[in-house]
Design a protein around this ligand. Structure first.
Ligand code: GLP
Length: 236
């Protein structure tokens, strides 16, 4: 594991953007695994800047996102499709048809989950997976459990996750209680993994996840077994 501690969110974002753009430069038709949440917003801004100055070209890149709320369609302002369109895709020259986010409004959620894993395989797997981390150690929406779930699946969100994410919704009651998330198999089979975390509040979970025992009660801890993991942490 390459654990990088930086001083500011700005630096974290710059480093993350450099790694992601480096991946695209090395393999212009790569598959990026992308994440939502507040952590990647700064990196996405910097990626857009680099794309706009012609430093990096996303025209042949494909992307697969980690997760989506069940019940929200892509037009809903809190859906992860909407987040990705507005925080990244609209600002770079990626072909929107090459960007994938699970469909939270699928009538058959199980079939949607299976199809998502087939899609990842068809794309040739993920070259670089970007991750944030939840306060309870979740990655994507893989919540603490007694085992690591391999496949893309539907989850019931922990009340602490609903609470944490309620800051983006009008009220706690508006937060969906379920989500579709890529499983640990999809995440762990990515060739490279980059996890970013910032803020004093994330310090304990970062310590547990990367310097504590590997356990499904801290889902991110499985990443310690990944052969090419970079963690960037900024306390500020
Ligand atoms: C959400 C997302 C995760 C994200 C996490 C942390 O629940 N499903 O992918 O990593 O929140 O979000 P933040 O970066 O806002 O702390």
């Amino acid at each position: 594991m390459n654990f990088i501690k930086v001083n500011t969110y700005e630096e974290l974002s710059a480093r993350a953007a450099a790694i992601i753009c480096g991946q695209v430069a090395m393999k212009p038709n790569c598959v990026l695994g992308l994440a939502t949440g507040s952590s990647p917003v700064g990196a996405y801004k910097k990626i857009a800047e680099k794309n706009n100055t012609g430093e990096v070209d996303f025209s042949n890149v494909k992307s697969v996102n980690l997760d989506e709320y069940v019940g929200l369609n892509g037009d809903h302002e809190q859906s992860y499709r909407y987040f990705m369109n507005n925080n990244l895709f609209k600002h770079i020259n990626i072909d929107i048809n090459n960007t994938y986010v699970p469909n939270g409004c699928a009538t058959d959620v199980e079939a949607e989950c299976k199809a998502y894993d087939v899609l990842i395989e068809k794309l040739g797997g993920i070259d670089l997976q970007l991750l944030g981390i939840g306060y309870d150690g979740h990655i994507g929406f893989n919540e603490p459990d007694t085992y690591f779930e391999k496949a893309t699946h539907k989850v019931t969100l922990d009340s602490s996750t609903i609470e944490a994410n309620s800051r983006f919704f009008a009220s706690r009651d508006d937060v969906p209680t379920q989500a579709i998330t890529m499983g640990m198999g999809g995440i762990m089979s990515a060739k490279k993994v980059l996890l970013i975390a910032n803020g004093k509040g994330k310090r304990d979970i970062v310590e547990k996840a990367f310097f504590g025992p590997i356990t499904p009660s801290v889902p991110a801890s499985i990443l310690q077994l990944h052969p090419d993991l970079t963690v960037i942490y900024s306390e500020n």
